[in-house]
Design a protein around this ligand. Structure first.
Ligand code: NAP
Ligand code: GLV
Ligand code: GLV
Length: 321
């Protein structure tokens, strides 16, 4: 009998491919880059499973070509790169990697938060460029974090992990979701507020929502105007949740004080002016990028593929078939 085929869109050294190879034929793209849509279409037309990354757009057009596909295992928790309705219609199981990356991504949000408030990267450049001549009381003045108001949009797995880490900084926690989470409110003394109140009252605002039609451009010109001039925005969610051009304008005009960004509207491209601004810290979408976490995610991806191809329930399903 022919073995079922698993296609991996980009080689990931952390992935336990040998577990797949026991029962399936595994094909790994030899290209060390994101495949074009045409390449993806061509390469998955005959496979039973595909392991995708968030840079692979899996839309109706791609699925139309993948007649044998049973499972799309995304190597990420976010799945906005996949047309879930189309996959469901075709009986294709989609899986993701929730939970194992929550603390790691929350940690990066904190890294950005401190890098912005205490101007860590400006300080680093100042020292390296040989500009530092002496201690001086008003050199690179930043902002305190302790005692400030932390606003979380999207207090889900990562948003809550982020909030949890504020214990010790004596912060007031505000959050906004579509639904309330009473356990979170009790455990962290978090206050549920509407989006407008959150925008007006937060000193530090961190985004942790998925990218959906509803969350696209959730922060734009109007929202930045409502925020404190001393406010800081952290985005480790998805780039298009922020209107990036409006963010540049808000940062330049002093509508807000600073921003820490891991994600961008058109990755890997970003608004050129962001690179010129000193009050912004930029990282290249590395929210879950620790060796431990990426290893756990890779195992989860492989376990999902094995489960589905063996006719079992996936471990972390996105849709219900
Ligand atoms: P999650 O547990 O599903 O949490 C998402 C939260 O967003 C929930 O609290 C949800 O609450 C809220 N939400 C959803 N739609 C909303 C809306 N329209 N308005 C307000 N709140 C809304 O997801 P997670 O595991 O924390 O992951 C969150 C996102 O982080 C992922 O989707 C991914 O895009 C991103 N991420 C980025 C990185 C990185 O490398 N930078 C790493 C991991 C994840 P309600 O349903 O009650 O609204
Ligand atoms: C990363 O961005 C993820 O969604 O896991
Ligand atoms: C600063 O280094 C101080 O001693 O206050």
């Amino acid at each position: 009998m022919n073995k079922k085929k698993v296609y991996i869109t980009r080689n990931v050294s952390l992935m336990p491919v040998e577990l797949l190879e026991k029962d399936f034929e595994v094909i790994i793209s030899p290209e060390d880059r994101t495949l074009s849509k045409e390449e993806l279409k061509e390469n998955i037309k005959d496979v039973d499973a595909v392991i995708t990354q968030l840079t692979n757009v899996v839309d109706e057009d791609v699925l139309e070509n993948a007649k044998k596909l049973k499972v799309i295992a995304n190597y990420a928790v976010g799945f906005n790169n996949i047309d879930i309705d189309e996959a469901t219609k075709r009986g294709i199981q989609v899986t993701n990697t929730p939970g194992v990356l929550s603390d790691t991504t929350a940690e990066l949000a904190w890294a950005l938060l401190f890098a912005v408030t205490r101007r860590v990267l400006e300080g680093d450049r100042y020292v390296r460029e040989g500009k530092w001549d002496a201690f001086f009381p008003t050199l690179l003045l930043g902002q305190d974090v302790t005692g400030k108001t932390l606003g979380i949009i999207g207090a889900g797995r990562i948003g809550k992990a982020f909030a949890k880490k504020s214990i010790g900084f004596d912060m007031k926690i505000l959050y906004y979701n579509r639904s309330r989470d009473y356990e979170f409110e009790n455990d962290y003394n978090a206050k549920y507020v509407d989006k407008e109140t959150l925008l007006k009252e937060s000193d530090i605002l961190s985004l942790h929502v998925p990218l959906t039609a509803e969350t696209k451009h959730m922060l734009g010109k109007k929202e930045f105007k409502m925020m404190k001039k001393t406010a800081i925005v952290i985005n480790t969610a998805r780039g298009p949740v922020i209107d990036e051009k409006a963010l540049v304008a808000a940062l330049k005009e002093g509508e807000i004080w600073g921003a820490g960004l891991d994600v961008y509207e058109n990755e890997p491209t970003l608004e050129e002016e962001l690179k010129q601004l000193d009050n912004v810290v930029l990282t290249p979408h590395i929210g879950s990028a620790s060796t431990e976490t990426r290893t756990k995610m890779a195992k989860m991806v492989v376990d999902n593929v094995i489960a589905v191809l063996n006719g079992k329930d996936p471990i972390t399903p996105v849709n219900h078939i």
